[in-house]
Structures are given as structure tokens and as C-alpha cells.
Write a protein that binds this ligand. Sequence first.
Ligand code: GDP
Ligand code: IMO
Ligand code: MG
Length: 429
Amino acid sequence: MKVDVLLGLQWGDEGKGKITDVLTPQYDIIARFQGGPNAGHTLEFDGGKHVLHTIPSGIFHSDKINIIGNGVIIDPYILAAELRKLRDKKVTPEHNLRISKRAHLIIPTHRLLDFVYETSKGASKIGSTLKGIGPSYTDKVSRSGLRIGNTLMADFREKYEELKESHFRIIRSYGYVPEELSIDKMLLSEYEKQWFEGLDYIKDIPLIDSELFINESIAQGKRILAEGAQGAMLDIDFGTYPYVTSSNTITAGVCAGLGISPQKVGRVLGVFKAYCTRVGSGPFPSELFDETGDILRVKGNEFGSTTGRARRCGWIDLPALKYSIMLNGVTDLVMMKADVLDELPSVGVVTAYKIKGNRFDFPLFESISEDLEPEVEMLKGWQENITELQNWSDLPVAFKDYIHYLESNFELPVSVISLGPGRKQTIIR
Ligand code: GDP
Ligand code: IMO
Ligand code: MG
């Protein structure tokens, strides 16, 4: 069997968590391959709402194995909080969650560094979630990071103190006193104490060589779904750099983040919203600054699952989506949140970008330019509540026309349509 991939095609928060949970019954293993607690994946079922940050979205299915892959970075304090919440809900993650020994750690001073770097950028700040993502991946690449497998070694504390001291030197060079800084409203010393308690708490989750486990599972014919975090436009190489996250969010990241060969990649499910959002700074060509943008934000409840920040809202962006589809090798499209557009008399689509009078179908390097102007086409809205519909044949004609319009532009089928946050509000064609 091959590993199917499910990932975001926009700037994150497309609804990856919901769809992963919905599709989990079709798989044996769900694995996260990159990102860390900057992610916030929301699941809604049986009247409850659950937000996952580090743990794959298949965790509520007790018969499915969930893996935090080597490409993920882990903050034990945040992971412990996630595990506690799951246990409150009678989930037993010690039975169906595994962590790669090679996954890197986010230590408390990574979060301080994130704050220090962001603050020093002033108006050009990235809008980071301040979870320590950039600094932890930086240490991984610069070969000074600590992996969760290191916690099993006798010299872990010594290595930790060395890394912390090296961070202290950077923090001091920016004019801050590390001991006076706080994380989540706690002084460093208190947060650090809780971080180590978190490390202790997560000890009953097995640490494994997940690349071996996954390849053996493939050989045994097990069905595996790789769950992405963030989205293609936040990819470190192809996103709107420098306003991106610090990992490869695209399909290519699955091979490195789980340890599988490209030949083992199967279907690629590209998840996108019927409109578009972005949280944090950076270019967003289709952004709406008017009342329609406010309607999308309120109706779509566009407030961050991780930070609570209001998300910027705009029309669907075809050049960005075509680019993401190309980069990811998408085989199936999954469209989310069309219900948010229900009331609108017309629905906008950004069809191209114009820079200095020239028209572009794809985001080019120059797309960061502030002079970029989106070309917008308005399509007829369906103006009907679609949240309870269960069959393709029941969908309003104007809505089907919208889907056909996208399918012909992308030359791909929209195989799954989500019409609400709930598990059951999903049409699989
Ligand atoms: P993720 O990071 O890609 O998993 O997405 P988030 O969970 O951060 O954000 C998606 C939000 O939209 C969550 O609040 C979901 O509960 C919600 N959601 C998912 N699918 C739909 C949908 O089809 N319609 C509506 N109205 N909400 C949805
Ligand atoms: P999920 O998995 C939306 C954004 C941040 C910021 C930039 C860099 O829920 O879709 P970072 O903390 O990674 O250094 O922040 O990336 N960002 C996300 N935006 N959804 C996410 O994850 C995000 N993870 C990071 O807002 O602009
Ligand atoms: Mg999210």
C-alpha cells in the first residue's frame, strides 16, 4: 500500500483536522510529518469540539495508530496539556499514539527566542504563533537541537543546559534578561518547571523508530494517511517568504518527515476553503477589507484555533491554488466551508494577479510586491442554507456551478465537500 497525503493548499486552517477525522475509518495509521504546536486542528462530533496541536487528528478512533513523525517538533508542556484533555474525554492515547524518537524538542528558551526575534523585526514581524517553531527548526538544521529520543540518555540534562545557555547568550545580546521574560504568563523558571513536568507526563507514550514502523506497516499492506499542518503558501521554500513557517508543508515534506520514499506516496488530497484566510502578516492578494470580509470572518468563525487571533479573510485565489496543486501533486480536492458563503448574492474568485500592467496566472517571486492587483471574477451565489444537505443531487445549481468552475480550472475532481464543522456535514462524491 502507499501512503496517502492530506494537506492544506492555502495559508493554513483549511479544515485539515475535520477531514482527517472523517477519513480516518478508511486508514490504519494517521501520521503527522511536520510542524508543531503552531497547528490547531479542530474536530467536532457528538456535540463536542476538540482542538489538537501536535497529536494527529485520528486519535479519537481508538483502533487506529497515530504517529507524531520525525519531522514534527514537540513542546512537552503543550503535548502534556493535549494528552490531559484527551484523557478527560476518556481517550487513552497511551494505547494508540506513538512518537518518533527523532522528533525535535521545543525547549522553553526556543519560545523566548521566537519572541525576541519577532519583537526585533518591529513592523515587519512574521506574526508567528510564538510557539518556538522557527528557533527549534533552526537548531535542528544547525545541528545543535535536541531530539525527544535524547531524553532517554543519561546526558540529557547536561545537553539541555548547554543549549539553554547558548540561547541565553543570544537573548542577552538583544538586550533582554532571559530570567525576566515570560511564556504563557509564566516567568521562564516556572514555565521550565512545567515543561519538565510535561516531559515526565508524556513518558507513557511509546517512543519508536517511526520510519521503521511506517515502512514495515506499508509492507504489511496497512493503509496510512499523512496529515499536514499549515498550508502550501506557508511552506518554507514556496510560500510567501519570509512570511512563512519553518518547515516544508508540501507533499515533499512527507518523505523527509516520515522517512518514506517518493515511490510510496499515493493519493494527495488537497484541502482548501471555498474562500481564503490567512493569520499573521504577509501578502494576501485576495484579501477583503470591506463588509464582505467581516461577514466571512464572523460566519466562518475565523479566529485562530491556536492563538485566538482574528484571521484575515478574502476570496478564493486561483493562482495560489494552482501553484499549490502543482507543488503537491494533488490528485483529489477537498472543499471546505462553502456554507460560509451561503448568504452572499455573488461569490468572488481571484483569477489572476496584475503587476505593473502584466497579468500572471501563478504567484511568481515578485508576488510579494505591494503593487500586485488581483483580477476578480464574480460568480452567482446560491443563497440557500446548505449545511444540512447530504447528497450531491440536493445541492443548489449555483453551488454545483461554482464547483464545476473550480474543477475545470484545476482539472481535478472535488471529491469531498464539507458543509459545516461537524463530522456528518460532509459529502463524499
Ligand atoms: P485546520 O488547521 O486546517 O485543521 O483548520 P482549523 O481547525 O484551524 O480551522 C477550521 C475551522 O473551521 C474550525 O473551527 C472547524 O471546526 C471549522 N470547519 C471545518 N469545516 C467546516 C465547514 O465545512 N464549514 C464550517 N462552517 N466550518 C468548518
Ligand atoms: P494549521 O495546521 C494558520 C502562520 C502564523 C504565522 C506564520 C509563522 O492550524 O493550519 P510560526 O508560528 O509557524 O512561526 O508562524 O505561519 N501559521 C499558521 N497559520 N494555520 C496554521 O496551522 C499555522 N501555523 C503557523 O500565523 O503567520
Ligand atoms: Mg488550524
